[in-house]
Design a binder for this molecule. Structure first.
Ligand SMILES: Cc1cc2nc3c(=O)[nH]c(=O)nc-3n(C[C@H](O)[C@H](O)[C@H](O)COP(=O)(O)OP(=O)(O)OC[C@H]3O[C@@H](n4cnc5c(N)ncnc54)[C@H](O)[C@@H]3O)c2cc1C
Length: 216
């Protein structure tokens, strides 16, 4: 056994979007919505961090991962089948899934911790703004739209739809005013986080109210 890791058996690999899967195994730990785990396929192999995307009380734990064609780990994760072994670390991290009002901002698989928060009963009084290039990239849309207490906005740069803002999520944020008293949780790529932090700060949100989880 690798120190701090346990081997688990894959239960399913579910396609959620273009080259994006929810990878699940039986949950054997407690965690807080917003936390991450490290995954690897063999001791000494490539280790990568992923946000847990499942609810804290679900029988399975799982992560939402995107295939990086020339990546070391994700092509192998995409080839996993039920019954295969996977090594998983203890959950860790302090990206806070909390009760009460907050604005959640994500691009791509950065929506994963927010899916976990919704599935853990923390979706009330939240605004979720999700950015993607294609309409099929709104991962988890079916369970996020029409959810009482959650206002869900989609921003798409590559395709148009009457219910979706056409443009980047930064343009969407720019066009509106945002309450300084709210907490803003950002999750996704580093360029998006840098740009959104600067934008929110410029719009009067104190830095202490902007919390970010960067996927690098
Ligand atoms: C806190 C956190 C949470 C995350 N959560 C998620 C999540 O929920 N879902 C998700 O999909 N991802 C998540 N990530 C990203 C994830 O950890 C991996 O980085 C990602 O999945 C790619 O892994 P990989 O091994 O397939 O690719 P890698 O092998 O890491 O390669 C990634 C890219 O970097 C390039 N590269 C690799 N090595 C070098 C080098 N030496 N010099 C230059 N370029 C190089 C590769 O060519 C490739 O384009 C998270 C990251 C962090 C830090």
């Amino acid at each position: 056994m690798i120190r701090g890791f346990q081997s688990v058996t894959v239960t399913r690999l579910e396609l959620w979007g273009p080259e994006t899967w929810l990878l699940c195994w039986p949950r054997s730990f407690s965690f807080l919505a917003g936390q991450v785990v490290i995954l690897t396929l063999k001791p000494g192999g490539a280790e990568r961090i992923f946000s847990l995307a499942t609810g804290v009380r679900e029988p399975e734990a799982g992560v939402l991962f995107n295939l990086v064609e020339d990546g070391e780990l994700t092509p192998a994760l995409a080839n996993l089948r039920p019954g295969d072994l996977l090594w998983v670390s203890e959950p860790f991290g302090s990206f806070p899934g909390l009760e009460g009002p907050a604005v959640w901002i994500a691009n791509g698989t950065g929506v994963a911790p927010f899916v976990s928060m919704v599935r853990s009963g923390l979706g009330q009084q939240k605004v979720l703004i999700h950015g993607a290039r294609k309409l099929a990239g709104f991962l988890g849309r079916q369970e996020l739209e029409n959810l009482p207490g959650l206002t869900y906005y989609r921003c798409c740069t590559g395709e148009a739809h009457e219910l979706v803002f056409s443009g980047r999520l930064t343009e969407f944020l720019e066009q509106r005013s945002w309450a300084p008293s709210q907490r803003y949780l950002l999750c996704g790529s580093a360029p998006m986080i840098v740009e959104v932090r600067e934008l929110l700060f410029r719009k009067g949100i104190p830095f202490s109210h902007i919390l970010a989880e960067v996927f690098f």
